[in-house]
Write a protein that binds this ligand. Structure first.
Ligand code: NAD
Length: 244
């Protein structure tokens, strides 16, 4: 495989693992991050040392204009984007009755609107070229709902609907859009869980452990490439069999 992969939230966790995996499969990598410059520099260095053409930019995915500009710069510097992965996401957990307005807004803005901003920006050039694969990051929380995560669950359910609707809009132009819906994955996002929360979560996972970012990256790479050529609008749950 070769081409250019653009990844939001690439500096850490699942986005980072996807960047390294897609790079290993021959893609040039353009990734964005929100604030952790050090982590972004580290990944950019790692990719450059592997001989991978790389662009790293600080872009807030909630800013549609900034996302469009990043996509344009990526195509100018690296070439046509063939794969896009919308991995940027945040949590601000609270029961809905206690949730601050800004926590609802920040999570839905970042996760749902941010994903839509990325999809819109990359779908345009992909449709023109009649080729491309877009992978969004949903969550099992968006499939089943999870108490204490109404903002996150709603944003992740919205991502599934967005993925399916866009898949139907652009399929005839040769562009595929699929989602991965991870369960509990070992990243900074889940490092905030207390021991009690982890123990409780493990009770619901038949495989008896959290997944790794690399395991999610495997699914992302599958959806990016030709082995999934007849898949679009799908939601691939990678969750160790979790039952919420
Ligand atoms: P993480 O916290 O390790 O990384 C999130 C990344 O998103 C970071 O690079 C951060 O800079 C970026 N980001 C956040 N807000 C942004 C913004 N406004 N603009 C640009 N970038 C922004 O998280 P992760 O665990 O790697 O999660 C990646 C994706 O997978 C998220 O969408 C998350 O919801 C989803 N997911 C994670 C898990 C899990 O258990 N870790 C489970 C299901 C779904």
């Amino acid at each position: 495989m070769s081409g250019v992969a653009l990844i939001s939230g690439g500096s850490r966790g699942i986005g980072r693992a996807a960047a390294l995996r897609l790079a290993a499969e021959g893609h040039a990598i353009s990734f964005c991050y929100q604030s952790d410059r050090q982590a972004a520099d580290l990944l950019a260095k790692e990719l450059t040392e592997l001989g991978v053409a790389t662009l790293a930019e600080r872009v807030d995915v909630t800013d549609a204009g900034a996302v469009r500009a990043w996509v344009t710069r990526t195509e100018q510097d690296l070439g046509p984007i063939t794969v896009a992965v919308a991995s940027a996401g945040i949590t601000r957990d609270k029961p809905l009755l206690l949730m601050a307005d800004e926590d609802w807004q920040a999570v839905t803005d970042t996760n749902l609107t941010g994903t839509a901003n990325l999809c819109r920006a990359v779908a345009f050039p992909m449709v023109k070229r009649r080729a491309g694969s877009i992978i969004t990051l949903s969550s099992v929380s968006g499939v089943y709902g999870n108490p204490g995560q109404s903002n996150y669950a709603a944003s992740k359910a919205g991502i599934i609907a967005l993925t399916r609707a866009l898949a139907k809009e652009v399929g005839r132009y040769g562009v595929r859009v699929n989602a991965v819906a991870p369960g509990m994955i070992e990243t900074d996002m889940t490092s905030v869980l207390t021991d009690a929360q982890r123990t409780d979560a493990l009770k619901h996972i038949p495989l008896g452990r959290f997944g790794t970012a690399d395991e999610v990256a495997d699914s992302v790479a599958f959806l990016a490439g030709p082995r999934s050529a007849y898949l679009t609008g799908s939601v691939l749950q990678i969750d160790g069999g979790i039952v919420l």
